[in-house]
Design a binder for this molecule. Sequence first.
Ligand code: HEM
Length: 520
Amino acid sequence: MFELFSKLFTLAVLGIIGVVTYYLWIWTYWMRRGVKGPRGKPFVGVLNVLLDHEKPGLLKLGEWTKEYGKVYGYTDGNQRTLVVSDPAMVHEIFVKQFDNFYGRKLNPIQGNPDQDERVHLLSAQGFRWKRLRTISSVSFSNGSLRNIMSTVEDSALEFMKHMEEKSANGEIDMLDAYQEYTMDVIARVAIGQRDNKMFSDQNELLKIVRQIFGGSRKYLMLICQVFPVVGQAIRSLTFKYPKIAPFKLYLMIKKAVMERKEQRDRELENGVEPGEPQDFIDMFLDAKSDDVDFSKEAREDFSKRNMKITKELSADEVVGQCFVFVIGGFDTTALALSYVTYLLTVNPEVQKNVQEEVDAEFGDSEIEFEKLGRLKYMDCVIKEALRLYPLASISNSRKCMHTTTVNGVEIEAGVYVQMDTWTIQRDPTIWGDDAMDFKPERWESANQSEYKGAYIPFGLGPRQCIGMRLAVMEQKVLLTHILKKYSFETGPSTSIPLKLVGSATTSPENVFVQLKPRNQ
Ligand code: HEM
């Protein structure tokens, strides 16, 4: 008995020594390589700083960039991350060396991109990503966007009805309001929501998605990233017993997909062939197949150009795809609209210019898809707001898949690269001394290729945001409706400057403004 106990004790001590050595090895990685950067503490590195909801980690990167320069390294849990704010390196990694950087930085609770059945476009990598991207691209083609436009217009008109009532009652938190709009659009476009749920207490989907982006899950994310095995275990468990918001959403979407599949099966039995897809669920179900083997894709060398890409999805991928579009389409676009609103409110002369353009182009005419391109100044406003507030910059990351050298810096396979987007997009050496000013006019004369690697609110290269054009369309349609009728004005609760929070996307805490009717 004593012998057994002694063996177990020795094994436990060896296990602990092994684990501690592994974490110290990771933690000292950048020191051993002579790369500067914040060290943090063993095991967590700087993860606890990055996950602070009240002081967004993505802004913290900028403070470190000032201290350590355009390339520095830190560890976060068991991940080794290189932070880059040199546009030439950004371009090299995102575009030229894509074959060496085709994965994204993930928390283990998001699944293993090569093995997990439920992986989606944002988290997939290699040929699996390519297959998902090829299938999804159809949803954002010109033809699809033209069809989606009528839904967007419908949601915008519904939104305006609510604004009429709310504007009479004083200030409105436009961030909250815009979330209603973007949820309505994406719920209709992606998962076929039929009834109107805008500003209703019954909108379960919105409640769950708000939980996903709203609060801080610092300690959960910390544990999962420090101990990936725990992250994977929590992931498996919460799919069975969904307690955390993203998993509740996943199951909600799964139910919607299953119901649609059953309905389509019933119709097929009665000889009714599926017609034109009505939403993303239909479109992805059209691509569903029972024998998709993604383990083979993970083994293939991604630099091979001639690998045949099938256009099929597994059942889990159908759900994953709908999930990622609901998540991707909701928060980002509401935030983009909120930042534009804030900037127009505190820059009334710019707002006046946008209103004049809106009056000239859509004074008494309908807002049509083809005519949206005429809103050139509004385009500059949207671009400039995203330059100052690159709200989704967390996604501007890559995993190094093969050891390589980028502009003289050796990056080993397995290291993650995070772009310091906020620093790059506010850098006076790129944008001039007025880099911190909101100046939409800079885009009127801008030669876009000048900003190669320096303007990346939607990322860059083959993995650039797939929803970019939808996001811009949604913003243009709603801003046109609002600014035709109202002006944004500050109120007693408008916070100037904005207080920014968040750990996934970077969000203003609120954007209270008054909507003043223009004809008064
Ligand atoms: C203003 C709004 C938006 C911003 C600022 C934004 C930003 C971004 C960024 C920075 C990336 C990473 C790109 C890269 O790694 O190169 C990304 C990827 C992605 N976005 Fe967006 N996004 C927005 C709207 C949307 C919308 C409306 C959708 C879908 C309906 C969407 C879906 C996605 C997806 C699926 C990816 C992953 C693409 C891939 O890896 O192939 N986004 N987005």
